[in-house]
Design a protein around this ligand. Structure first.
Ligand SMILES: Cc1cc2nc3c(=O)[nH]c(=O)nc-3n(C[C@H](O)[C@H](O)[C@H](O)COP(=O)(O)OP(=O)(O)OC[C@H]3O[C@@H](n4cnc5c(N)ncnc54)[C@H](O)[C@@H]3O)c2cc1C
Length: 390
């Protein structure tokens, strides 16, 4: 296949970060092309919900002219939270007030990943996203650009290349040899479909938002999505190989569920019922992160954003940071249209400093969740008390 030169700016990865960047750039008259591994917009379930914060995710959507579209899908009530310890003692509760006319925008409303992706995709000029384009590698060209090599043998060339392809970025090794490390935590994700109809008692327990139980190196978190599904996340303190050495056949959910229930034998009946009610696949996942404060020397025409740049523990900041990255990068490219070197340098300086702080906070919260202080430590954190890292 021959090389295709599509636009000056190539973005690899159509997640929240890559799509937000594409929207911001195209809205400002800077064409960009997104290469996405998925075969199409509906090729896979996008997972659960994200809370978007005022100064990061929501700010990027505001600048992208998508606030109204966001409000149509946003669920402020999805912030409701019950936090318990594994004996069932309620330690923290958040009930989101129903919005009144004239209220300030809610600070962290939830949106389903599927809805966020759909609203970003719908805002892009047709053809911006090239589906089924899995990047394998990129090589510098003699003219100072980058050639992309895709899994199907195709290639493309761009003057500026942005890696927004998440935790397992193929472009990151061109900038730094540093790889994500295991956080000492593994998770298993399950799903209860149509909870109001299939398990009304669990629907009542989870309510409009999340039901989260933490105890002794494990946790159960159940979160309602807009379509009535509840995603159930189990997490386990343990080494990276635990998912393969624990003997639980995650690829055979009917056998795996009873084995998981044994690990929660002394937990509240609601936790056990949530696990038992999961239907379909169970997805095991080791949790990894890049080192807090990772930086790399500037390289002309190439940078990263989102998880590719600063994968952090999943405690509610990653997508927000990715979308704020997109905004900062779009601003820099708009300010220096003829000088991408200066634009990328300015973006990286700001991004390194900003995300180091967010990553440090995410790391602290993750340690707290899995510390001896457990649920009490997290409740103290939510209450603004100075919880010890334990
Ligand atoms: C269980 C869980 C809950 C979370 N909850 C929250 C939350 O509430 N709030 C929050 O802010 N963050 C949350 N996060 C973190 C958040 O999901 C990520 O930080 C965010 O999705 C990062 O966005 P991104 O665009 O950088 O990358 P991604 O979302 O990973 O998107 C990368 C895209 O690139 C594509 N891709 C990958 N490789 C290639 C390739 N080689 N070629 C082409 N395309 C490729 C992928 O298909 C994908 O579409 C959570 C994470 C987890 C695991």
């Amino acid at each position: 296949m021959s090389t295709e030169i599509v636009t000056d700016i190539g973005i690899v990865g159509g997640g929240p970060g890559g799509l937000t960047l594409a929207r911001l750039l195209t809205r400002r008259g800077i064409p960009a092309t997104v290469y996405e591994r998925d075969a199409g917009p509906d090729a896979r379930l996008q997972g659960g919900t994200l809370d978007l914060h005022l100064e990061t995710g929501q700010r990027a959507l505001r600048e992208a002219g998508l606030t109204e579209a966001f409000r149509r899908h946003a669920r402020p009530e999805g912030q409701d939270l019950l936090l318990l310890d594994h004996t069932g003692t309620l330690l923290y509760r958040e009930d989101t007030p129903d919005p009144e006319p004239g209220d300030a925008p809610p600070p962290r409303p939830e949106i389903d990943r599927t809805d966020l992706r759909a609203l970003l995709l719908g805002s892009l000029p047709p053809g911006t996203v090239r589906w089924a384009h899995t990047l394998q590698r990129a090589t510098p060209t003699p003219t100072g650009g980058w050639q992309l090599h895709f899994a199907d043998g195709g290639t493309a060339e761009h003057r500026v290349l942005i890696g927004a392809e998440g935790a397992r970025s193929r472009l990151r090794p061109l900038l730094t040899p540093v790889e994500p490390h295991h956080l000492g935590v593994n998770t298993v994700e399950g799903m209860i479909p149509a909870v109001d109809r299939t398990h009304p008692e669990l629907a009542a327990a989870v309510g409009r938002g999340s039901y989260w139980v933490i105890g002794d190196g494990r946790s159960v978190a159940a979160q309602r999505c807009s379509d009535g599904r509840v995603l159930v996340h189990l997490s386990f303190h343990g080494p990276a190989d635990w998912l393969t050495t624990c003997g639980i056949p995650f690829d055979r959910p009917a056998e795996a569920r009873p084995a998981l229930l044994e690990l929660f034998a002394d937990w509240t009946p609601t936790c056990r019922a949530l696990i038992a009610a999961c239907e379909g696949e169970l997805t095991p996942r080791p949790l990894n992160a890049l080192p807090v404060g990772l930086r790399w020397p500037h390289r002309p025409g190439l940078t990263l954003l989102g998880d590719a740049a600063h994968l952090m523990p999943p405690v509610g900041n990653g997508a927000n940071a990715a979308m704020r990255d997109a905004l900062e990068l779009a601003d820099a490219l708009t300010a220096h249209p003829a000088d991408p070197g200066t634009a990328l340098r300015a973006y990286e300086d700001e991004m390194f400093a900003r995300t180091a702080e967010v990553a440090a906070e995410s790391d602290r919260v993750m340690r707290l969740i899995h510390s001896p202080a457990g649920a009490r430590g997290v409740a103290a954190f939510f209450n603004g008390e100075d919880a010890a890292d334990g």
